[in-house]
Design a protein around this ligand. Sequence first.
Ligand code: UDX
Length: 445
Amino acid sequence: MEYKICVIGSGYVGLTMAACFAIRGMKVTCVDVDKERIEKIKRGEPPIHEPGLKEIVAEVTSDGMLKATEDYAEGMKGAEFSFICVGTPSKPDGSIDLSHVISAAEAVGKNLHLASKNHLVVVKSTVVPGTTSKIVAPILESSSGMKIGQDFSLIFNPEFLREGSAVEDTFHPDRIIIGEYDEGSGKKLLDLYKEFYNNLLPPYIITNTVNAELIKYANNAFLATKISFINEIANICQRIPGADVEIVAKGIGLDKRIGPLFLKAGLGYAGPCLPKDLSALIAYAQSLGYGPLLLRAVQHTNENQPYRAVLLAKNLLNTLKGKRVALLGLVFKPNTDDIRNAISLKLINMLLKEGAQVAVFDPKGLENAKKLLGNAVVYANSAVECIKDADCCIVVTEWDEFRKLRPEDFVKSMRNPIIIDGRRVYDPKEFSGKLTYVAIGYCPS
Ligand code: UDX
């Protein structure tokens, strides 16, 4: 069956999902208020860097399966499904800003009369429990003049894709969570997914909207907890001669109850999702009269973690004033061009305050960094150019190309060959003998 789908919001979640639906033979229209984004998609160019997405978007826009528009009416016309994938940023107090979700719901409601009968509205944006039923549902009904469960249906269906592997995660998710507002509507969405996954459906849960909403937050909060936990162990390792958090993580990761993933110690978790979702969950719990001590500690540990790298640099150089510090990596994780909330930004801030001169390089993040940082830092065109004449180098993002550098490359280029390995990309044994090598969670014997 050839479904017609309208996807509202063309960020990582919306655009990746839209392109993947389209390549599986569904007719998809992306709707976004950002004209520049829409123009790029129309030309077949994704406005974000995501492995595999460029090829898919080029194909589905050229064969007409994926269209893009600023006009809701055009997107909703004849559509059987609409997916709301707009951003849910943080307010200054950490709580969730629902303004984009609200305006998207209003616009969907107003144009619902153009959609196919028994249309299914699917909220994918991450929202705190109660949002779908208490905010989205009444807006849809009042702006459309129609009734959920009678004229159309409403679902909350969270997305778990990771940046850098968004396409892969869309085709191979661990599970599907469907929170139905009106009973029985979950099956309709399941039918779409059955078609999409060619009957090789991943495990799924159909539940109510609040459980589905909370699953998304609990999921990200647990991931953040694992990272802050291993970073805490790393900070303890740092003080024990002979200790190495990489070995400790490997050891505990073999316990099936713990598992090996998300135990990579470093400078902290970052990006547009984990920090924001944890803040929103904390603010939400507080609004219910519950103070989540563990979640606050997870956040606190993460906020302090980037400072570890600055402390290590200060200890080695006595002062950072007038010193040239090279940062390898700007984006919040490899294989993206996303610097939102990145650790590099926090580090740059701290280093500049200490009076250091900062040189930076990133294989994909330079363009976005320039927009944010202007001439506060020196931009290099390669890793080798970045470390040239530096007094200290901090590895901030674990790009594969940084792994290729050998100790000799640093010794040859740097004024003072000191590496602070914030992402554990180098082998301490190989590097320690040849230059000053310090790393998060590693203490030489
Ligand atoms: C996250 C969730 O993983 C995803 O399910 C959700 O849909 C969106 O938020 P994303 O932010 O793209 O995805 O990246 P993720 O791979 O989770 O990494 C987040 C941060 O944690 C990065 O800064 C990464 O460097 C850091 N991290 C991750 C660690 O420091 N150690 C780890 O072991 C894993």
